[in-house]
Design a binder for this molecule. Structure first.
Ligand code: NDP
Length: 260
């Protein structure tokens, strides 16, 4: 039997146990997926071994720490600097980032994207920006503060008030604005100036002010549920070393999400 869990702080809200366990059940695999509330990042490595895990998903605020403790990192994880999936093999830790391909899969139905504006400059923006770069999509990153711009040396970064270009194919809210408050990521007048075909909201499970703005302005959008789903599908493939099972995994995970 294989053991997995999601590790974060807070963790009680996580839908990962539900989606992974449903996929395990539907694919007839021998495994169990739980959750673990970790408070101290210095105990991440020790916890993985104490819990005798075969793998884990790592969520806020430990995604950077997950890279630090890993013995092996794939190229994408190294570029992004954060990992959400760890595999334990022969007492070695292997780190991956499935948020990045998860985001690309989530926006697959949006066609002909050449220019993107990402609002926010946190950890999720890193996963999204590198995903878009892989697809040769030009990215501008805008944020309310400059404090994390040093993480985006390959990208054009600007404060909201200094944004000069207003034409994009997609605008992505990758901030936490709207998660626990009623805020837009930036001033509504700035959002109104921007012309875009598509929008993406990383937050899921609630109608955020950014989503309301998209609806009021007839902008085609998707929310973060599809990204959550696909990062889960890619992590699951890694956990059980599966190939060509994406459709079944996605179906089972979607079923679990629709029930919750
Ligand atoms: P970080 O804390 O790393 O970054 C948060 C970003 O949001 C920063 O740029 C911060 O600006 C900005 N921000 C926070 N509050 C506000 C506000 N009130 N107004 C404007 N900007 C604000 O968080 P993450 O990048 O890890 O997460 C961002 C969001 O992505 C979260 O809501 C999280 O739930 C969601 N997420 C969704 C996933 C999915 O699968 N759908 C996966 C991972 C995350 P500053 O730097 O100035 O503080």
């Amino acid at each position: 039997m294989k053991f997995f869990c999601v590790i974060g702080d807070p963790i009680s809200h996580s839908k990962s146990p539900r989606i992974h366990n449903n996929a395990i059940k539907h694919l007839g695999l021998n495994g169990i997926y739980s959750r673990f509330h970790l408070k101290d990042k210095d105990k991440l490595k020790e916890s993985l071994f104490k819990l005798k895990l075969n793998g884990a998903n790592i969520t806020l605020p430990f995604k950077e720490e997950a890279v630090k403790i890993a013995d092996f990192k794939d190229e994408l994880t190294l570029q992004i600097g954060s990992a959400n999936t760890l595999i334990l093999k022969n007492r070695k830790i292997h780190a991956y980032n499935t948020d990045s391909p998860g985001f690309l899969k989530a926006i697959e139905e949006f066609k002909n994207i050449k220019k993107a504006l990402i609002l926010g400059a946190g950890g999720t923006t890193r996963a999204i920006a590198y995903a878009l770069k892989q697809r040769n999509i030009h990215c501008t990153i805008a944020n309310r503060s400059e404090r994390n711009f040093s993480h985006f040396k390959d990208f054009k970064c600007t404060l909201y008030e200094d944004l000069k270009d207003f034409e994009f194919d997609i605008i992505i809210n990758s901030t936490s604005a709207g998660l626990n408050d009623d805020n837009l990521p930036c001033n509504v007048d700035l959002l109104k100036k921007i012309k875009t075909k598509y929008a993406f909201e990383v937050i899921y499970g609630k109608k955020t002010p950014f989503i309301k703005f998209c609806e009021e302005n007839n902008i085609k959008y998707k929310d973060g549920l599809s990204m959550l789903l696909w990062q889960g599908v890619f992590a699951f493939e890694l956990f059980f070393e599966l190939e060509n099972k994406q459709k079944q995994i996605q179906k089972a995970m979607l079923e679990a999400l629709n029930l919750s």
